[in-house]
Design a protein around this ligand. Structure first.
Ligand SMILES: [Fe+2]
Length: 597
């Protein structure tokens, strides 16, 4: 049975092809269209998934959309009427957008895919998040939290999920509590994202990255904006916000009265901790320090809200495990707190936790809950995108007349690349199918020696062309992770497989991998095992053999503001336009100008 899950027209469009409950192919549209956060109709992703499955649109059994457009239009209409006349312009713009796209989604899907109307299903937005987390997890029973900006009406849910791997048909997700728009932890965080000078829906992780440079001195002020209750629920004080009646403003004058003028959009961010060499720019530094303190404060309150919710949910369900999805579940600092400050034994977060993952959740919901089919799938890696054969890769480089060395023997290639990294060269690693979700996890990654702090600046400034202070992630063989990170049962833990939790570094290892140890002594670790990705695993393991440090610095293979590379042409372009020294692509190695292969 073939089910196509589709998410589009809001954030990141994405498509998943599910065959008999297992993923055949999954991708965000931006990877193929090369338009960052592409939210348009995912023509390219649909073509890729169908081709990968060897089928055409009319062969599909079902097509499932990740939300209910009519309910969403209803929410926009009702909100607009409730805040009229402040909202009239917002209403006009929103209706134009939604009526022209979402309203007609059923007709559009029918036409594009050649399926009958009764083959098209619509899944509630937060149910698609919940299903994406639970039915991808290894658990047969779990508590569920979904938390994002907003779906149709819902912004947060708590519930339970059941589904056995052995006796099929008993799958159930009960989202027994919900909070509704405009009360939203995601939109609260986004309001601060805008206040701190970053793009909403894009810069939230930068706020999280800024927070270790500040002190949470403004928690009391943030708590004027949000009330947290003992039962895990919360409410916002809407007097401070504008997003419920404005398409362009997240917060209003009362907010700026409390927090002062917003930080200049895109302005240079540095503090005494991140750039001690800029001490002569005292005034700017003090201003930045204030904003870092605000970032630390909203981060702390968000963590408190999530931990509060998870603890209340545990009390109610006594479940052993927690699964999470929704954009806020990508807050990797909060995720570690949820794991360590609640009684849950482990937490599974579906790696495409944002709205791209809704495509997966919608398909899984249809298969397991509408059709009652048994479970057999657990998502343990994210390699579901497009891949290229060595012949295709060689044809690309031959066509361009670019010299390269082809390795018959993978071991020799890995040893050669490890030698280069030990010599401080930076590697672009391109192999196999590209990753599902926002993280590069070893198939479209940039790798480098993490031992010296300077490598962070080299990769930030010469390769990614972004702010020098931005941190990178460490990847470590799973069996060595406990030596370096203070992460409970890290050898069995699910979140580090997908780089979804920021963990403290062991006190005696703080100086070992300086380029991946963040301010405050933490790292967003990825654990890797041989079965999941043996070449990637071997690169890290052999680097450890050569240097005594079994850790590599991993960052996504892209330039600032661009989607992660997908094809050999993308990889070559990024390689050529940056200071990456070597491109390890399939079984070939390409050197930069002066580097002889
Ligand atoms: Fe969402």
């Amino acid at each position: 049975m073939d089910i196509l899950g589709v998410s589009c027209f809001y954030h990141d469009s994405a498509v998943v092809l599910l065959r008999d409950g297992e993923i055949v192919a999954a991708t965000m549209e931006e990877r193929l269209s090369r338009k960052k956060h592409d939210s348009g109709f995912p023509h390219l992703s649909i073509d890729f998934c169908l081709e990968r499955g060897g089928i055409q649109g009319p062969d599909l059994d079902y097509v499932v959309f990740y939300e209910k457009p009519m309910v969403k239009v209803g929410r926009i209409l009702q909100t607009a009427l409730g805040t009229f006349p402040r909202s009239w312009q917002f209403w006009r713009e929103a209706v134009t957008a939604y009526v022209s796209e979402k309203f007609w989604i059923k007709t559009l899907l029918q036409q594009e895919l050649g399926v009958r109307p009764e083959q098209i299903l619509f899944c509630d937005h937060h149910m698609s998040h919940a299903a994406s987390a639970f039915f991808a997890s290894p658990y047969e029973e779990a508590a569920v939290i979904t938390v994002d900006g907003v779906g149709e009406w819902t912004t947060t849910t708590m519930g339970t999920a059941k589904g056995s791997f052995s006796n099929g048909g008993q799958n159930h997700i009960d989202l027994f509590w919900e909070q509704r728009f405009p009360h939203s932890l995601g939109l609260l965080y986004s309001a601060f994202t805008a206040f701190l000078g970053f793009e909403v829906n894009e810069g939230e992780y930068k706020v999280m990255g800024m927070s270790p440079y500040g002190e949470p001195n403004y928690v009391d002020q943030v708590k004027k904006l949000v009330n947290l209750y003992q039962d895990g629920s919360f409410e916002l004080n809407m007097d401070y916000f504008a997003y419920h009646y404005s398409a362009t403003q997240s917060f209003n004058g009362k907010f700026t009265k409390l927090f002062g003028e917003p930080r200049v959009h895109g302005g240079d961010f540095f503090t005494a901790k991140s750039a001690p060499h800029r001490m002569n720019e005292k005034e700017a530094m003090q201003r930045n320090q204030y904003y870092a303190d605000v970032a630390a404060s909203i981060q702390v309150v968000t963590e408190e809200a999530l931990v509060n919710m998870a603890n209340a949910l545990y009390e109610r369900t006594k479940a052993k495990y927690l699964v999470m999805a929704g954009g806020v579940a990508l807050n990797s600092v909060a995720n570690y707190k949820i794991l360590t400050e609640t009684p849950f034994e482990d937490v599974y977060i579906q790696p495409a936790a944002g709205d791209d993952g809704g495509a997966l959740g919608a398909a899984l919901w249809a298969y397991h809950m509408v059709l009652g089919q048994p479970r057999k799938f657990v998502m343990t890696n994210t390699y579901y995108g497009e891949d290229y054969t060595d012949d295709e890769i060689r044809a690309f480089f031959d066509g361009k007349g670019i010299p390269y060395q082809c390795f018959e023997d993978d071991d020799a290639l890995i040893d050669r690349v490890v030698d280069a990294m030990v010599a401080q060269d930076v590697i672009g690693l391109f192999q196999g199918r590209f990753e599902w979700g926002p993280r590069a996890l070893g198939n479209r990654s940039i790798l480098a020696d993490p031992r010296r702090a300077e490598m962070k600046d080299i990769v930030n400034t010469k390769i990614k062309f972004r702010e020098p202070c931005r941190p990178f992630a460490p990847v470590v063989p799973v069996e060595r992770a406990a030596e370096y990170f203070d992460y409970p049962n890290v050898d069995k833990a699910m979140m580090p497989r997908f780089m979804l939790a920021v963990s403290p570094v062991k006190p005696d290892k703080m100086d070992v991998a300086q380029a991946t140890t963040h301010e405050g002594g933490t790292g967003r670790l990825q654990t890797i095992d041989r079965e999941t990705n043996w070449r990637y695993y071997e690169l890290v393991r052999r680097f450890g053999e050569a240097t005594g440090v079994p850790i590599l610095m991993n960052t996504s293979f892209n330039l600032r503001g661009e989607p992660i590379v997908s094809s050999p042409a993308d990889a070559w372009k990024t390689f050529s336009n940056s200071g990456i020294d070597w491109l390890m692509i399939g079984s070939i190695l390409v050197g930069k100008d002066h580097k002889s292969v």
